[in-house]
Write a protein that binds this ligand. Structure first.
Ligand SMILES: [Zn+2]
Length: 693
């Protein structure tokens, strides 16, 4: 590999790692980054400006160029002066390196000529992906303290090549236990052609996922994602009269001091080129997220079948949980999670001596002895007023106190809080034998104006996101890398591309039932890979409708009382758990197809996964009170001339259909009851028995 890389250096006077290239042309002072499907150009202008010059999908030939006036990824404000597309830079040096995820990083170090400081611009590309990731880092080389008060991670000024653009956003979860159509709702709208703003407010406790997809009338599409857990707005403007399509991001209330020699990282972001509709936007984004960003579970069984104790609320104890653990293991559960209520109080993270007289290790040893992983709820950004930590340090509470089960918010950006949480987390992991942390809390990016904390009083959003939440997670995860983390902010309120780097999954449905589960999965699987939609199943009656409503996505988390299930439910559940285990890795890797409209009462909904390598698909079709007892499942991905075998989870007839028939007339799916769900398997005749035995 090394020899190959060296050969490339000599041959093309650039750098290549496998199929990834970055070439620098001295004359035009331009870098060209490319892989098999993407080519991106950036360069230095005659006046020293740093410019985006163009990006192209080499397969579809879709390309995007800068608008008049130029476009630059650099845009931030240092001591009230802008460093942006108009600024002049001197090139200090530039270099490339490969990274552990198989990508190529091009780094370019610049000096702002008026003396505001240095800028490090980084670009990343990955094999076979039409995605460019980038980041801008400011280094204070002025010799005095400065303040960054604006930073724009999504700055693009593009030539509008079409008369109109459609934009797609996806909402986060609205805290409520009922299925709400606005939970993970996909919102599609035409961008106003006269410059009206279309906004995406993302981050902890905000409205949208940190994703925006946009396509023009010719099907050319761009999907943006930004890697920031704090609140942030990305605005889109289309000024048709000037042929300009503009994107800009804004981090509110930014006042970040940067001492001499220190740096400020503008949150990283990425742009994926796609061609076609919403599923293409999702697929391009998800392939990049899985390959380049997402925290790896490093367990082929992931996403797990799990059980969570919340059916008992906080009334849990060792005996009850031992009984549930025994039944869970018999049902095939792989991860056993103890939810809120195990500790003396929130913030006093020692087992309640009445509920757990033998301590937490006794239960976790038992869970491990049954072959399951042990998960523990940990709402670490909170502490109740009677907890020893707040009695000792009442000043650790964030000035804007969002309560979680009556417990106060700790300011995560305050250095002593950060150190205490980190050491508590490591102690809990070690003492209680924890493999999985169910992290919960009310708004994970706290709001704090305290003048006595270690952060700047007006910098809470950035400081609590980056120096608080991110820094704490990174310290704990570095110390205890074997532990997997689940994001569970309020049912799915931290849906960002920073979150995917820190957690192996995220809740998208706070036990709001079968319909709520499908609704959340439907929306969340546009911006995020399916494993980032875990679902909590509270139902006590398990049938085709309930069980299969939870089978598409990430970890399937049972949240019921296993000893109170009737015999039919137990038998059905056991069979469906086996099914989930058969299809989970397929769904994890495949392209998600949103076959129907979003799920709703009185409708039949369908979602599918298609794997191009095996030319194989799986669909879950659910009748939720509609009149029709059949559904025509049409999927256009299959080879029109090839024959496929179609089988169903409920048994019944096996069909042989051509790809053209599946696309046009579709597969007739029988849904005999008004609330019923079916799993459909589609595979080429030759391999069908091998793939789905
Ligand atoms: Zn604070």
């Amino acid at each position: 590999m090394l020899r190959r890389a060296l050969w490339c250096v000599i041959a093309i006077t650039g750098i290549c790692f496998g199929q990834l290239h970055s070439d620098f042309d001295e004359e035009s002072r331009a870098w060209t980054l490319s892989n098999s499907v993407l080519e991106a150009k950036i360069g230095l202008g005659l006046a020293g400006t740093f410019e985006f010059r163009g990006i192209e999908n080499r397969e579809t030939r879709d390309s995007w160029r800068p608008a008049d006036g130029g476009s630059s990824p650099i845009r931030l404000q240092v001591d009230e002066r802008w460093i942006d597309e108009k600024s002049a830079f001197r090139l200090i040096r530039h270099w490339t390196e490969s990274n552990v995820r198989g990508g190529l990083r091009q780094s370019i170090l610049l000096d702002e000529v008026s003396g505001l400081g240095q800028i490090l611009v980084e670009f990343e590309i990955y094999p076979n992906l039409p995605t460019l990731r980038y980041g801008v880092r400011y280094r204070n080389s002025t010799g005095k303290s400065v303040e960054v008060a604006e930073a724009d991670p999504v700055r693009w000024r593009l030539l509008a090549q079409a008369p109109a653009f459609r934009a797609m956003r996806v909402e986060q979860w609205l805290p409520s236990l009922d299925a709400n159509p606005a939970d993970f709702e996909r919102v599609t709208s035409t961008v106003d052609t006269s410059g009206g703003v279309l906004s995406v407010l993302s981050g902890a406790h905000a409205r949208y996922c940190s994703w925006l997809a946009l396509s023009d009338t010719a099907g050319r599409g761009l999907a943006f994602g930004w890697e920031f857990n704090g609140r942030m707005t990305v605005d889109t403007r289309h000024v048709a009269a000037e042929n300009r399509l503009e994107f800009s991001g804004r981090i509110p209330e930014l006042h970040h001091p940067v001492e001499p020699g220190d740096s400020f990282q503008v949150p990283r972001a990425f742009v994926s080129l796609f061609h076609g509709g919403p599923d293409e936007a999702g697929h391009a984004t998800q392939r990049f997220v899985e390959l380049a960003l997402a925290k790896q579970a490093r367990d082929s069984r992931f996403p797990y079948v799990s059980w969570d104790s919340w059916a008992y609320y906080q009334a849990i104890d060792e005996e009850t949980l031992r009984r549930q653990a025994t039944l869970a293991a018999q049902a095939g559960v792989e991860l056993f999670i103890v939810d809120l209520g195990w500790a003396r109080s929130i913030g006093d993270w020692h087992p309640d001596p009445v509920k757990f007289p033998r301590g937490m290790r006794s239960l976790s040893d038992y869970v491990h002895s049954l072959g399951m992983k042990f998960g523990l709820h940990f709402a670490w950004p909170h502490a109740s007023l009677e907890s020893p930590v707040l009695k000792q340090h009442p000043d650790w509470v964030a000035s804007v106190n969002t309560l979680y089960y009556g417990a106060s918010s700790l300011c995560l950006a305050h250095r002593p809080v950060r150190d205490w949480i980190t050491s508590e987390a490591i102690r809990i992991i070690d003492d209680y034998g924890v493999d999985w942390i169910l992290q919960d809390g009310e708004n994970m990016v706290k709001d704090c104006r305290s003048k006595s904390h270690t952060h700047h009083p007006d910098d809470s959003n950035y400081a609590n996101a980056v120096d608080g939440l991110d820094a704490i997670l990174s310290e704990i995860q570095e110390a205890r890398p074997h532990v997997l983390w689940e994001n569970c902010e309020n049912g799915g309120n931290l849906m960002t591309y920073q979150m995917v780097q820190q957690y192996v999954t995220s809740i998208v449905n706070d036990a709001s039932g079968a319909l709520g589960s499908r609704l959340a999965v439907y929306g969340a699987t546009f911006p995020f890979p399916p494993r980032y939609s875990d679902r909590y199943m509270p139902e006590q009656k398990i049938d085709a409708y309930t069980a299969r409503s939870y089978e598409f996505g990430g970890p399937w988390i049972l949240m019921n009382k296993l000893d109170e299930l009737d015999a039919r439910s137990v038998a059905f559940l056991n069979r469906e758990i086996e099914r989930f285990k058969q299809i989970r890795s397929f769904i994890r890797e495949a392209k998600v197809l949103h076959v129907s409209d979003a799920p709703a009462l009185g409708r039949t909904d369908a979602i599918a996964a298609y794997d191009k390598v095996f030319d194989t698909g799986i669909a879950v079709v659910t009748r939720d009170g509609s009149d029709a007892a059949t559904f025509q499942l049409r999927i256009g991905e299959f080879d029109p001339g090839k024959s496929y075998q179609v089988t169903f989870a409920s048994g019944g007839q096996t069909f042989t259909l051509t790809g053209a028939q599946i696309a046009q007339t579709g597969i007739t799916v029988q849904l005999p009851e008004t609330r019923y769900s079916e799993v459909v398997y589609i595979a080429p005749i030759a391999t069908a028995t091998e793939l789905f035995k």
